[in-house]
Structure formats: structure tokens, C-alpha cells
Design a binder for this molecule. Structure first.
Ligand SMILES: Cc1cc2nc3c(=O)[nH]c(=O)nc-3n(C[C@H](O)[C@H](O)[C@H](O)COP(=O)(O)O)c2cc1C
Length: 190
């Protein structure tokens, strides 16, 4: 398969869409993020990258707490809105039904079926972004998205972002078993 060098600007295909919540200047604030990843197993950590100038970044630095809420396709408009405006210009919390768990400065989005509250564990100061690493303190889920006590992605119906093109996509068809379909290439036992 011949390859063409297309430079070093890259994306991850696709990216999850979450809403990060915190308290900035004493007020709950929420922003949409796609540069988010699971880190470490024990303690469970989550990493979120955000620009130095984000109002949310200011709040996480002030409070050392934040939340990550997972919208379903039903909350796509809300998630997009939280990524369109800055908390220093507009009070986004007016559109959000806030609930709190154990952490006062990690307000979560009740409209989102799955949410988690995190305590800031580490901040990596990158040239343009902060990479905030949070320890997950509690995960909350609406009963309706659970199967046998676990989050069922077919019930959660999350959506993803692709760039370039700035598009949201619902999940497509199930392809096969992870840690399973590759067995077709395993060497047969001798
Ligand atoms: C789908 C989507 C994903 C986004 N992902 C990120 C991200 O990962 N990091 C970031 O800094 N900004 C991201 N943004 C932009 C912020 O959400 C946006 O600048 C927001 O207004 C910041 O709000 P705040 O200033 O109240 O924190 C994203 C926006 C959208 C719509």
C-alpha cells in the first residue's frame, strides 16, 4: 500500500465527546472536551487536555476538582453548546441540571447518563494546553443504561467527534470481539 507524507498535523480518529465540569470563580462551569483519555488502572485516572485560556482550566486550577459527564446522542445539542461559548462570557450552567456527589467543586450534568467526579492528581503544563490528570472518585450512571450493573454502550448511545470536518457521529455496527477476532492470525499450536 503506497503512502503519502501528509505532514505532522494529526487527529485521533474518532474522539470521544464529554462535558467537563468544575467551579470557576465560585460558579459552576462546563465545557465540552474531546481530548480525553483513560489512564492507569489503580488508582483509576482520567486525563483531559485543555487550552490555557479555557475558563474550565482556571477552575480546575482553583478547585483541584472536576467532573467528566458522558452525553448520549440525546444531549448532543447541549454538548455542542458547552463547546461554543466561554464561561467568562455566559453562564452555561443555566442549561444544566447540576448534581453533586462527594466533591463540592465537581458539579455533574444530570442530563448525561454517565458521569464521574475526579480529584486533580497532576497537571502537565504543555506549551498551549494543560493536561489535567484526575483520580476518579465515583462514577454515577442512570439505571436505564446499565446491563448487569455495567454501562452498556448500546443503551448509553454515546457519540464521537471527527476532524477534519468537525462532525459528530453515533456509533455504527458492532464489528466483533476485542481480544478475539485477531485469534484468526495466531500461529496454530504445534
Ligand atoms: C466537540 C468539541 C470538543 C472540544 N474539545 C476540546 C478539548 O478537548 N480541549 C479544549 O481545550 N477545548 C475543546 N473544545 C473547545 C471548548 O469546549 C470551548 O473553547 C469552550 O468554549 C471552553 O469553555 P470555557 O472557557 O467555559 O472553559 C471543544 C469543543 C467542541 C465543540
Amino acid at each position: 500500500m503506497p503512502k503519502k507524507n501528509i505532514g505532522k498535523s494529526f487527529n485521533i480518529f474518532p474522539m470521544p465527546v464529554v462535558i467537563v465540569g468544575t467551579v470557576t470563580d465560585g460558579r459552576p462551569n462546563f465545557m465540552t472536551a474531546a481530548w480525553v483519555t483513560k489512564l492507569n488502572t489503580e488508582p483509576p485516572l482520567v486525563g483531559v487536555s485543555m487550552g490555557h485560556r479555557q475558563h474550565t482550566a482556571k477552575g480546575i486550577q482553583q478547585s483541584s476538582q472536576f467532573s467528566v459527564s458522558f452525553p448520549s446522542v440525546d444531549q448532543a445539542v447541549l454538548a455542542d453548546y458547552c463547546g461554543l461559548v466561554h464561561g467568562y462570557d455566559e453562564d452555561k450552567s443555566a442549561h444544566i441540571d447540576i448534581f453533586r456527589g462527594a466533591l463540592e467543586a465537581a458539579p455533574m450534568v444530570r442530563q448525561c447518563p454517565v458521569t464521574m467526579e475526579c480529584r486533580l492528581s497532576q497537571t502537565v503544563d504543555l506549551p498551549k494546553d494543560f493536561f489535567f490528570i484526575g483520580e476518579v472518585v465515583n462514577v454515577y450512571a442512570t439505571e436505564a443504561v446499565l446491563t448487569n450493573g455495567q454501562v452498556d454502550v448500546t443503551k448509553l448511545r454515546p457519540f464521537v467527534l471527527t476532524m477534519p470536518g468537525n462532525s459528530y457521529w453515533a456509533l455504527g455496527e458492532r464489528l466483533g470481539d476485542a481480544w478475539g477476532i485477531g485469534k484468526a492470525l495466531l500461529k496454530p499450536a504445534e
